[in-house]
Design a protein around this ligand. Structure first.
Ligand code: FMN
Ligand code: FE2
Ligand code: FE2
Length: 400
């Protein structure tokens, strides 16, 4: 893309990634893409804030050269060392050796570990300021949004928060770069939730701390390092991140994620009756086949719904493996405060529901019903399944 002036003397110089299939080598973004937003501040001193993954390096440097010669970059602020924002640093160091790198104290350690860079590095403290001419940068330490070294950079005169991973989301930029220019906001908000749950959710307490710390800072524009720039309604994304972070500590929205897997259709048949029961109670429901849907998408649903239904057959004395994987991921991501129910078919001695319970035990889910049935469902089983769905839905709907 071409650079975009987002405020006087402040330019977006990011990279739109439509090549990478799996973000962090794991999360699918082949359809959605992602952007690595970097920013150039032109003043008496010229500052780059965050960089990009080491792709499209020619385009990255050409964008900068449209504004200033590379040799005129004075500082490079690295808010966060993860290579999606720093991959380009090795080549940048070679072609702009004059530029001093600004990092937090932990950032300096990681800079040395990842890139073996330890000279022309300036360590900044929490809320330290750096005047670069008319503009003033203030660095806010925001550890664990996403890594321990992470900070956010605030430009005082234009009131722009360069928030790095914070308030970011998946989704390559589609021409529009600002919230108010964008006609696909639903797409970005959906992808922001998926990003939050995949990347940030484990650190929800740190997210709340960061938001609290910034609560008295006047923010006119949130310029994250992934996704849209929020200038019309910067509070929208701050409030969304806050709401999602709170779901780590209290029940989420009134809806249910129904996760199922089925080898020969028995569990699937019963699932249809469970869904009928849920719909009779009019509770919103999202359905996922765990063997076919990447856990990235399932996590987003699990995070925002307070209800979970697990439907899976017994497999070799235990839980159908794709379901076990999803629940283990939910456990890793601390998906807590759920009202849940489990059902599934078994052939002889069973074991699926027992294993499902074991996996989610540390998450303290309130498991309100377990329905194991033998082989193909009988008429009675299907009736029981309908009541099973209806009762769970009712329970959720009547919660405070
Ligand atoms: C590969 C495989 C392993 C199985 N292992 C067990 C088992 O260890 N214990 C058991 O009770 N049933 C076991 N079963 C039987 C299934 O749980 C049973 O067929 C069930 O109805 C499958 O439900 P589904 O049609 O929803 O996949 C196994 C079935 C398959 C195909
Ligand atoms: Fe990150
Ligand atoms: Fe990132």
């Amino acid at each position: 893309m071409r650079p975009v002036e987002i405020k006087p003397g402040v330019y977006w110089v990011g990279v739109n990634d439509r090549f990478t299939q799996l973000f962090e080598g794991f999360w699918p973004i082949g359809q959605e893409g992602i952007s690595y937003n970097a920013y150039l501040l032109k003043d008496e001193k010229n500052v780059l804030i965050d960089l990009a993954k080491s792709i499209k390096t020619d385009e990255f440097f050409e964008q900068i050269e449209e504004i200033i010669p590379i040799s005129d970059i004075n500082y490079v602020v690295i808010n966060h060392l993860e290579p999606d924002h720093t991959g380009i640093i090795t080549i940048l160091r070679k072609i702009a050796p004059q530029a001093e790198i600004i990092v937090s104290e932990k950032g300096a350690t990681l800079l040395k570990a990842f890139y073996h860079i330890d000279h022309k590095v300036r360590v900044v403290k929490d809320q330290e300021e750096l005047r670069i001419g008319k503009k003033i940068l203030r660095f806010y330490s925001t550890p664990f949004v996403h890594w321990p070294e992470t900070m956010m950079t605030y430009e005082v005169t234009e009131k722009v928060l360069f928030s790095c991973d914070g308030f970011g989301g998946y989704g390559a930029l589609r021409g529009a770069i600002f919230d108010d220019e964008c006609t696909e906001k639903d797409f970005y908000l959906r992808e922001m939730l998926r990003y939050y749950t995949n990347i940030v959710a484990t650190f929800s307490r740190s997210v709340l701390k960061a938001i609290e710390k910034l609560s008295t800072v006047p923010i006119e524009m949130v310029a994250p390092s992934h996704g849209l720039i929020w200038r019309k309604e910067p509070s929208l994304v701050v409030n969304l991140y806050k709401r999602w972070a709170e779901y780590a500590f209290s029940p989420a929205e009134k809806g249910v994620s129904l996760l199922y897997g089925s080898m020969y259709g028995n569990t699937e048949k019963v699932m249809s009756s469970v869904l009928k029961g849920i719909s009779q109670a009019s509770l919103p429901v999202e359905v996922f086949n765990v063997a076919e849907t990447h856990v990235s998408y399932i996590l987003a649903s699990l995070w925002k719904n307070r209800g979970v239904i697990i439907g899976a057959p017994t497999y070799e004395g235990s839980l159908f493996p794709p379901m076990a994987q999803v629940l283990e991921m939910a456990s890793l991501k601390h998906v807590q405060f759920k009202t849940a129910a489990i059902f599934g078919s078994y052939g002889w001695s069973g074991g699926a529901s027992k294993r499902a319970r074991e996996i989610v035990l540390p998450l303290k889910w309130d498991i309100v019903d377990v329905f194991d049935f033998n082989g193909g469902p009988t008429e009675e089983d299907l009736k029981r399944a309908e009541a099973f769905g209806f009762d769970l839905a009712q329970k959720i709907l009547t919660q405070p």
